[in-house]
Design a protein around this ligand. Structure first.
Ligand code: SF4
Length: 454
């Protein structure tokens, strides 16, 4: 363990909150990953793919070699209440000859064939690294196909090498912006919202939508969980944008504010405190309707009454246990710290792939002394801090799971692959149960770090 060091060039992306010191966090973030560090962060293309993937009645065509499509096939387990076109993986499968002669014709023919066969409401065309290198004019192909087929065909400029995962989020948001504003807003109520940054991985969008609808609020669209093209087209008719995954969707919220004058608020649906606040903040915005706030209070009170006694059972067992968090967006980390505290656990490592300066300053404020804060980490660093800080649990996604299991540490998937909702009040119960079951499993006694020989 002592031999695990920090890569040269990574020192400024790691910060440890020391006791009794008046430190100012100056974390280097929003930069491209250090070459050779084997970053946990995904490429630009992957960033755009995860944002748009849940739009279920569109064709998603990856223009590039087959590896890019395979890498992102069914990348989010986003569930749909209707069509499931998003779960199919389409690629132009570019080969050596296409690199030499160009892939535009192949793209055109693939699109025509797919649209003819699947009759989608729209098509998203993703540029990958190789397309950026050979210079295919995907805009021109998309325009031509849109004219011939009569559906929106939207280029997503997401060449993998051209920045960080965040640039992929922006590319996805600018494609959505081309759709927004093209549908009718006639029947939309004044008391209406769009839910941004909720991807319906395990039905969370339905849970959240139900809370708001119970409060008497119309949900115009969910971007992009259980997404539908027609709903996206009329999203400009909502009165307020409620943004959860701020890293991926803030740029869209800002663009909508500028173009359509729709204000936005940032929320999180994880943990009792933040979930309740998400309902209250929306109710406050519609303050001319006091019944909306009354209803919000009623929902919170009913849910907390059911949940609180259950959480106490987990708290008893988990008090004193330590968690490490490494997730995509930093905003989720804030909620997770609060949620873990509510079940008696402390956080010893908090990191994200896409946090910014303000996010890390807030993390410094929230975290206990001794906590390591890390930006754009890699498996070696995560292993080092998990072992040094003696974490009992790692919360992350698919790429962090093997790190936890190899180290003999409990794991909770808080990302694309989970099948049980972790948002909303019911989600907090599911989260606490999963953490409890994993941390308290007897299997860890056999892990080498606990003296076992397994
Ligand atoms: S777009 Fe580039 S970096 Fe991303 S998966 Fe494809 S080849 Fe890899």
């Amino acid at each position: 363990m002592e031999q695990i060091g920090i890569l040269e060039g990574r020192e400024k992306q790691i910060f440890e909150k020391k006791s009794g010191q008046n430190q100012e966090i100056d974390l280097s973030c929003d930069t491209t990953s250090l070459s050779g560090s084997v970053s946990q962060r995904a490429c630009v293309f992957c960033g755009s793919r995860v944002v748009l993937y849940p739009v279920a009645d569109a064709i998603h065509l990856v223009h590039g070699p087959i590896g890019c499509a395979a890498y992102t096939w069914d990348i989010r387990g986003a569930v749909s209440s209707g069509p499931e076109l998003h779960r199919l993986s389409f690629s132009t499968d570019l080969k050596e000859l296409d690199v030499i002669y160009g892939g535009e014709k192949k793209l055109y023919h693939s699109l025509i064939e797919l649209i003819e066969q699947y009759k989608p409401k729209a098509a998203f065309i993703y540029s990958t690294c190789i397309v950026g290198l050979i210079g295919d004019d995907i805009d021109a192909v998309c325009r031509k196909v849109a004219e011939e087929t009569g559906i929106p065909v939207l280029p997503v400029h997401s060449e993998g090498f051209k920045g960080t995962k965040k640039d992929g989020y922006k590319a996805a948001c600018s494609s959505l912006m081309k759709l927004i504003g093209t549908g009718s807003t006639e029947t939309i109520s004044k008391y209406s919202i769009n839910i941004l940054g909720e991807f319906n991985l395990a039905g969370e969008a339905w849970i959240i939508r139900e809370y708001y609808e119970k409060m008497g609020i119309e949900v115009v669209s969910t971007l992009t969980g259980d997404g539908r093209i027609d709903a996206v087209r009329r999203a400009h008719g909502a009165s307020l944008n409620v943004v959860q995954c701020s890293g991926s969707m803030t740029s869209l919220a800002k663009d909508m504010e500028e173009k359509y004058g729709i204000p936005f608020i940032r929320v999180s649906y994880f943990g009792i405190e933040d979930m309740s606040k998400s309902l209250y903040d929306v109710a406050k915005y519609f303050s001319d309707r006091p019944d909306i706030m009354e209803k919000a209070k009623e929902i919170v009170s009913e849910e907390v009454k059911k949940l609180y006694p259950e959480l106490q059972k987990f708290r008893k067992a988990l008090t004193g246990k330590k968690a490490a968090i490494y997730v995509g967006g930093a905003f989720k980390t804030f909620s997770l710290i609060k949620a873990l505290r509510s079940i008696g656990m402390s956080v010893v490592l908090a990191g994200s792939q896409t946090g910014n300066t303000e996010d890390y300053a807030r993390l410094q404020e929230m975290c206990d002394e001794g906590t390591v804060i890390v930006d754009d980490s890699n498996p070696v660093e995560l292993s080092k801090f998990i072992l040094e800080k003696e974490a009992d649990l790692l919360i992350g996604g698919v790429k962090e799971r093997p790190i936890a299991f190899k180290l003999g540490v409990a794991f909770c998937d808080h990302n694309h692959e989970r099948k049980i909702p972790l948002a909303g009040f019911i989600g907090m119960y599911n989260f606490a149960l999963e953490v409890y079951q994993s941390v308290m499993s007897p299997v860890w006694q056999f892990a080498p770090r606990k003296g076992g020989n397994a």
